[in-house]
Design a protein around this ligand. Structure first.
Ligand code: EPU
Length: 346
């Protein structure tokens, strides 16, 4: 078409991924394409070679363990933008580009006077990765604030909007980890931040903050500050110590299994769920097996929270996986419970 100039796709070869993954693991992308818009993605889909090649979607790299160089074409999602779509009588509707940093976005919404995401402060990663995991912390899960998202289908190149039901959100789970894994790229996410705002304070550590400070009715900024303080006290900053947050999901067992374990280990930390099953604290199980502070090679178990594996400097993905397997074996040996990793292992 005359008058329309299209920049060539920027296709990078041999890209070092060490600084692009929160664990700081060594890996190299044979081919990497930075995705700044839906249009760029469509051009990847239409590209004679890239179109057919397998793809690996990389956001902030905070949920991936590289044990080898990815063979797939790495799509580094860098779609930016934050805007208020609409103010409704009962909510603010906010849209974020998938490449926006999650924590900065949470801080930005609060600064605009739109509370609701404060319990999810300091979670590493990008806005586009947040729905994949259905991120959650301190009594709030992403799905409770979610409105819709746009994705680009990697076969057709078409942009599709999905609402809450289509995302099949579960505990650290969604359709993007299941049926849609590897098939699409999330480009924009919209949140519904409800009015009037009420703090979510049920979590034990937030209750402790209320007692310590004597603040019974904190505003959203105060909850944000508390969550940041709680996380900083026991979770390592990936910019300083490589890690991807919780390495394992908290396992869910039947009430009977839980009774059986309590019989042997009365101390076990457990949370009954509404459906009669019981969630166990994986960190407690790992801690009880004596792993806190231990290492295998240069991969270790964080001293202040046994659910977090860390790179003690120069670790390989293989060392992380060896450590993870050893932990899984000892937890299985002692409790008969199989721990499931949270991050994607490449
Ligand atoms: N515990 C121990 N030893 C440990 C670690 C934990 O005994 O080494 C006990 C704690 O004392 C506590 C219980 O286990 O009684 C649970 O620990 P914590 O409150 O730290 O929460 P968690 O279950 O380990 C989950 C999420 C975190 C989220 C926090 C707060 C998962 C897998 N992890 O951790 O999410 O921030 O709750 O809501 O659901 C993440 O997913 O990356 C993440 C950090």
């Amino acid at each position: 078409m005359q008058g329309v100039s299209v920049n060539p796709l920027s296709i990078e070869k041999g890209v070092n991924l060490r600084t692009l993954n929160a664990f700081g693991l060594p890996a190299q992308a044979a081919t990497l394409v930075r995705i700044d818009s839906e249009a760029t993605l469509r051009r990847v889909v239409d590209h004679p070679e890239l179109g057919r090649a397998p793809k690996f979607v990389l956001g902030g790299g905070s949920n991936v363990v590289f044990t080898r160089d990815p063979q797939a074409v790495v799509l580094k999602v860098e779609v930016m933008g934050r805007r208020l779509v609409e103010e409704r009588p009962d909510a603010w509707l906010v849209e974020l580009g998938a490449g926006e940093n999650w924590h900065d976005t949470v801080a930005w919404t609060l600064a605009q006077g739109w509370p609701g995401l404060e319990n999810l402060a300091l979670i590493p990663g990008t806005a586009g990765a947040a729905p994949v995991q259905n991120i959650g912390a301190y009594g709030v899960e992403l799905r409770e604030r979610f409105e819709s998202l746009d994705l680009v289908d990697l076969v057709t190149g078409r942009t599709v909007t999905l609402g809450l039901d289509a995302c099949h959100f579960g505990y650290r789970d969604s359709v993007f980890k299941q049926a849609l894994a590897g098939k699409s790229v999330i480009t924009r996410v919209r949140f519904r931040l409800p009015k009037p705002w009420r703090p979510v304070l049920g979590y034990l550590e937030l209750e402790r903050k209320m007692q310590e400070t004597g603040i019974g009715e904190p505003d959203a900024q105060t909850v944000f500050d508390w969550v940041c303080a709680i996380r900083r006290a026991k979770l390592p900053d990936p910019a300083v110590i490589g890690n991807v947050g919780s390495f394992f999901k908290n396992p869910v067992v039947t009430a009977e299994q839980c009774r059986d374990i309590i019989g042997r280990d009365p101390e076990i930390v457990h949370y009954p769920l509404p459906d009669g099953t019981v969630k166990l604290a994986a960190g407690w199980l790992i801690d009880a097996c004596g792993w806190k502070g231990k290492s295998i090679g240069r991969a270790g178990v964080y001293e202040k929270q046994a659910l977090v594996l860390v790179n003690r400097g120069g670790a390989s993905g293989a060392e992380v996986v060896t450590l993870a397997r050893a932990i899984q074996e000892s937890v299985y040996g002692r409790f008969g419970i199989r721990l499931e990793p949270e991050p994607v292992v490449v």
